[in-house]
Design a protein around this ligand. Sequence first.
Ligand code: FES
Length: 311
Amino acid sequence: MNSVTQTKEEELAGLKPAAENNFNSKKERTIELDQFLGEINRLETLIEHWDEGHSHIVKQLRKADNALHKEAITKIIKSVKKVPEAMNALKGAVSDELVYSVLRHLGIVKASLQERVEDALESVRPFLGSHGGNVELVELIPPNKVTIRLLGACDGCPASGLTLREGVEKAIKERCPEITEITKARGGSLAKPVDGIPVHFISPFANSEDEGWVYAAEFEEVPEKLIKIVTVSGNELILSRFDDKISCFQNACAHLGMPLDMGEIREGILICPHHAFEYSLESGECLTAPQVQLQTHAVRVVGNKVEVKLS
Ligand code: FES
């Protein structure tokens, strides 16, 4: 994460720390917090092995204990809030990582916007990771703007639009309904050079595999927002270019599998000549029936050569 901006209003709205880095002496405090959490985890592991009756009693005791502490701390906070001069001291105390963690645990302060965004990204990482990709938070501008960056195989993938919309955006909006603007930062490709020749672009989900690439065309032969048809290993493929990124799809409509190459093209949208399904040539998404999309093949551009790997 590069930067996080938090408004004064957000700080004042509750007892959130003034900023993420306001945990003073963070290293020391983290060690202190880790010690407490380590001991709690150790005891919880022991209790896990108790019989159900005994462990239930301990859980109930902990619940009652937490409720008591929550009530007491809430009363303290309410009293302190009545004294305007004390608010700064209170916010300072909440900036302490240990204090903040306890207040969060007791449900006295809600998860910050940043925590909820991070939580949303964490929830999609297993899926992205299984395809060799990742995502990071670049910038959070409360109350409603987030910039993220797709990494690894997700960066530059023709299906990245779909990944962003159906995966990342959905997860963020579920956890942070106040976020209305999600933008994608460019960059982050992990492509490795091939025989010393730089790889300018690689897609989709193929970074970790070095074998199986087949020459398809010269980079200049692939027209911007139009198509070039090539045959690779007996497969008729559609190549298209958007700036320096090349997409590759099977020349088969997702509706009935008919060839698409005679279809009309308007502004990067390919229209099937048979029943007029429309496809984005950048992502392969079907704009007519969003639940389907063209079969995508991995592409990389090594020097001036476009290579594909059939899926
Ligand atoms: S085959 Fe393409 S829309 Fe029916």
